[in-house]
Structure formats: structure tokens, C-alpha cells
Design a protein around this ligand. Structure first.
Ligand code: ADP
Ligand code: MG
Ligand code: ZN
Length: 497
């Protein structure tokens, strides 16, 4: 390489997600996964000899948990294992793991080889991420460091059904990683497999990242990043790592394969564990559980329970409704946004018009409230209301500029757009008398510009239209103003005042 040239790197990211499954009881015992309605969650109140790992107990497989992994695998277009799937023991010692091993799946996961299409709004692109596997395991207890050298442990979480979903190293930027996480969360919620709540810990995410010289195909040394409690942290932590790797590689340093934790406050990652200290889990088949062999009938029954998935919806939007792939991607990235759009179309608005409003102004308003966790289903304005507003624009009764300001109002108040248009006098004037007098006044006020226009400076038309619109407080039908103004200018009529 010539002196002075700088190597360009390609970012390579793979994601591991753990999601608690939405079951009533734990993975291998009858303990409830959540406290009863209205009851406080006392530590160690939902435990039994099985989830406490007492000797002599025997686990029993939770059928619903298996079903939810199958459901997820099918939604991710995975292959479902038809051979006998053995649960395996992953052995390690930690105070949050009373048995000294976690029951997981290793050699043969329940589902594997799937994919998830992800729209990346910030890159204006759609990428397909290969899913390595989605398998079933159990959660550990929750350890809390109480300070002054001691820790407390709550076993309520011990044995809660947990699903691990791993991707191939297919992601190429921190933004893609974030979009993947958000898309997967939507999918898990849409099929009811998990609450997938990062803050509540029912969805946990780890990013694996490495760099390689652009154009090469090998994999660089990866670093795994943990302690991410939001998608924003995931994106920030990976961005930090990409910069750190690039600097190290530019200096000619070799990177260590290690696990790092994200320090949200300081905005940096810190070494947690190097490869040398990595565990040897000594996996072996769980002798207390029979092999699992999902029958074809069972898998078919689970498949029949799948709702319309984002990918299928996207296909319907492009093939049947004629939307662009991009619009379809944006709308289906969020199940509540897609449902809202469906309802606007149902209310009689043409798909293209509905999509324009929903991917434009509506999404902009939603994003403003994103920090409050607002989704389309929580917006005060219901789909029929948005349809009413779009209908007014399409009928020429309000300009789209004014309609945007009405939308900002009714988005939060839920009022009828027609009522607001009336109250605030924002309706569009297509009365030719009123427009005619405004034109007269403008022609009289700007004789110089009128002469120049007639002498051939046709771009002055825009200026004159603007003046008429100003006089009519933006309420004139711009198309009519344009036509009428041009007609008068070309007919050589002078204004009268
Ligand atoms: P480990 O055994 O350390 O958990 P895996 O091979 O199981 O590693 O991979 C874990 C995750 O890391 C997967 O999502 C995988 O795609 C990703 N991954 C593996 N190698 C790399 C790499 N060199 N760069 C980025 N991601 C990687
Ligand atoms: Mg790993
Ligand atoms: Zn239990």
C-alpha cells in the first residue's frame, strides 16, 4: 500500500438476542412467570424446588414455550428441526444459577437457517439478515449487588422460558443493527411470543462487531458488547467500537477478542472478559429430559396460528396496493403503523395517498413523541379522522400546507379535522370571485413585475402567485390562482385598483 493511503474498512456485525417467552408458567416447573394481577412482586415468592435447583427434582418441558419458539422460527422463515432435539446442559458456576448448569439447546437448535428483512430508514435501504438459530433455554436468577461486599439474589426469574435468536454476521453498520433489533422486537410482539421490552429486561441484546478491509471476505477479530438496555445504546456502543477498531487497525495494532460492557454515562465500552478467560461449558445432553421431536401436525397447527407478518404485509402492499418497496417497508416496520394504514385505506383513501401522509407528516409527528413510547395505536386521532383530513385535501377543500397544521392539532386532540378546519377558518377558497379580486389587487400593486413578465420573464409568475396566496392567507386553491393569473397576464388585462 502506498504511503499516505488509508485503509477503508467494512463493518461486520452479528447480533444475539435473548427474549423471555410469554408463558404463564416457567420452563420446567409450574411456578408463575409473573405475579398475580395487583400483587407486588416479592423477591423469591415464585419459586419451587425445581427452579431452585434442589437435588432430586425432575424438570418437565413447558409445551407452550416450545410452541412459541416454533412460532418465532416459522415467522423468521427458519427450518424446524424434525430430528430429535435434545436439551443440553451448559455447565458453569455462578450464584444466579443454583443448579450449576443452564438447560439450553446447543448442537441441534429447535429452529435454524432463517432470515429477516429489515428496513433501515436512515440508510434508505432494505437488508436481509440471515438467522443462524432460534433455540429454547431457561433464564437465570437475578443477582443484585447490594454494596459493602455482599449481593442478594432473587430466584423469581430463575427458570423463566428464554429464547435465544442469533444472526449470521450479516449486518454492515450500527444503524442496521439497531433497525434489526427494532424489527425483531415488532415481530416478537406481533406474534405474541414475547413482550420484548428492553427496559423491563424481557428482551436483551448483544452486539458482536469486527472490521475488515473493504472488499475482503474473511472475518476480523470480534468484540462482543453487553450491558445494552436500549436500541439507542446498541447503536452508540457499536459506533464507538467501530471507531475504536478503526483507530487500532490504523495504528497497526491487533485487537483482542473480548467481551466489553457499555458504559452509557461515559459513552464508552470497557473490557469485561478476554478470550483467555472464556468458559468451557462442557455441554452434554440433559439426561432428565426426553428428546423433543415436533410432529408435522403440531408444526402445521402452529404455522396456522401465525398472523399476517411484516414480510407478507410488505408483499401485499407492493403487489396489491401498488406502493413502493420503500413505503411498504416503512409502514410494515411497525405493526401498529401498518394496522393504522390499513384502517385509513379501509376508510376509503387510495393507498398511495394514505401512504404519503403516513410515511410523511404522520410519522414525523409520531417520531416527535417516540420518547414517550407513543405508537400509532395510541395516537388520539383515529384512522377514520386521518382519512377525513386526507379526503378534504383530495377534494380541494384545504391546501396540503394547511392540512399539515390541522394534522398537528388533531394528532394530539383527536378532534374531527373538519371541525378544526371550520373553527380556524383554514378551508380553501375556490370561489373565483374572491380569487379574482385578490389577483386584481396584486396586478395593481406590482405593475413593474407585470410588465417584466409580459416582456418574457416568465419566472415572475411564481412571485405573483405567492403574492395572491399571501393576500388570501394561504387559503386559495393554488391551482386555480395559477390558471387565473396566467390567463389574465396573457390576455394583457391590467389590474384595476
Ligand atoms: P461465540 O461462540 O463467541 O458466542 P458465535 O460464533 O456463536 O460466537 O457468534 C456469536 C455472534 O457473533 C453471531 O451473531 C455471529 O454472527 C457473530 N460473529 C461471529 N464472528 C463475528 C465476527 N468476526 N465479526 C462480527 N460478528 C461475528
Ligand atoms: Mg455469544
Ligand atoms: Zn419453580
Amino acid at each position: 500500500m502506498a504511503v499516505g493511503t488509508r485503509v477503508e474498512y467494512e463493518t461486520v456485525i452479528g447480533i444475539e438476542v435473548h427474549a423471555q417467552l410469554r408463558t404463564q408458567s416457567k420452563m420446567f416447573c409450574p411456578c408463575p412467570t409473573a405475579p398475580a394481577e395487583g400483587v407486588a412482586d416479592e423477591p423469591n415468592s415464585r419459586v419451587c424446588p425445581i427452579c431452585l435447583g434442589m437435588p432430586g427434582t425432575l424438570p418437565v418441558i413447558n409445551r407452550r414455550a416450545v410452541e412459541l419458539v416454533l412460532l418465532t422460527g416459522l415467522a423468521l422463515e427458519c427450518r424446524v428441526e424434525t430430528d430429535a432435539v435434545r436439551f443440553e446442559r451448559k455447565n458453569y458456576f455462578y450464584p444466579d444459577l443454583p443448579k450449576g448448569y443452564q438447560i439450553s439447546q446447543y448442537a441441534l437448535p429447535l429452529t435454524s437457517n432463517g432470515r429477516l428483512a429489515v428496513v433501515v430508514p436512515s440508510e434508505g435501504a432494505e437488508v436481509t439478515i440471515r438467522i443462524t438459530r432460534a433455540h429454547l433455554e431457561e433464564d437465570t436468577a437475578r443477582l443484585q449487588h447490594a454494596g459493602r461486599g455482599f449481593s442478594v439474589v432473587d430466584f423469581n426469574r430463575a427458570g423463566v422460558p428464554l429464547m435465544e435468536i442469533v444472526t449470521e454476521p450479516d449486518l454492515r453498520s450500527p444503524a442496521q443493527a439497531r433497525a434489526y433489533g427494532e424489527t425483531l422486537r415488532e415481530l416478537l410482539r406481533a406474534i405474541g411470543a414475547s413482550n420484548a421490552d428492553m427496559e423491563a429486561g424481557s428482551m436483551r441484546i448483544e452486539g458482536n462487531v469486527s472490521l475488515r478491509p473493504a472488499g475482503s471476505t474473511g472475518l476480523g477479530t470480534k468484540v462482543e458488547v453487553k450491558n445494552l438496555n436500549s436500541f439507542r445504546s446498541l447503536e452508540r456502543a457499536l459506533t464507538y467500537e467501530v471507531a475504536r477498531h478503526a483507530e487500532a487497525l490504523d495504528r497497526g495494532d491487533t485487537l483482542a477478542q473480548e467481551t466489553r460492557g457499555w458504559d452509557e454515562e461515559r459513552g464508552r465500552t470497557i473490557v469485561q472478559r478476554s478470550k483467555e478467560e472464556a468458559n468451557d461449558y462442557r455441554y452434554f445432553p440433559e439426561p432428565d429430559l426426553p428428546p423433543l421431536r415436533p410432529s408435522e401436525a403440531w408444526v402445521a397447527q402452529v404455522r396456522a396460528g401465525l398472523p399476517e407478518l411484516p414480510a407478507g404485509r410488505r408483499e401485499r402492499y407492493t403487489a396489491q396496493l401498488g406502493l413502493s418497496a420503500y413505503d411498504a417497508g416503512v409502514l410494515t416496520a411497525n405493526a401498529t403503523l401498518a394496522a393504522y394504514f390499513d384502517a385509513v385505506v379501509e376508510a376509503g383513501i387510495a393507498p398511495k395517498g394514505a401512504a404519503n401522509w403516513m410515511t410523511g407528516e404522520f410519522s414525523r409527528l409520531l417520531n416527535q413523541h417516540a420518547a414517550d413510547g407513543l405508537h400509532a395505536d395510541g395516537v388520539a386521532l383515529r384512522p377514520e379522522g386521518l382519512a377525513e383530513l386526507i379526503g378534504e385535501v383530495e377534494a380541494g377543500r384545504i391546501s396540503s400546507t394547511n392540512a399539515k397544521s390541522v394534522l398537528a392539532t388533531v394528532f394530539e386532540s383527536g378532534e374531527s379535522p373538519r371541525a378544526v378546519i371550520l373553527r380556524e377558518g383554514l378551508g380553501q377558497v375556490s370561489d373565483s370571485g374572491a380569487i379574482g379580486s385578490a389577483i386584481d389587487a396584486v396586478l395593481a400593486a406590482f405593475p413593474g413585475q407585470v410588465d417584466e413578465y409580459r416582456a418574457g420573464k416568465s419566472q415572475l409568475l411564481g412571485f405573483l402567485v405567492g403574492q395572491v396566496m399571501k393576500r388570501m392567507a394561504g387559503r386559495a386553491d393554488a391551482r386555480l390562482v395559477n390558471e387565473e393569473l396566467r390567463r389574465r397576464l396573457e390576455a394583457g388585462e391590467a389590474g384595476e385598483s
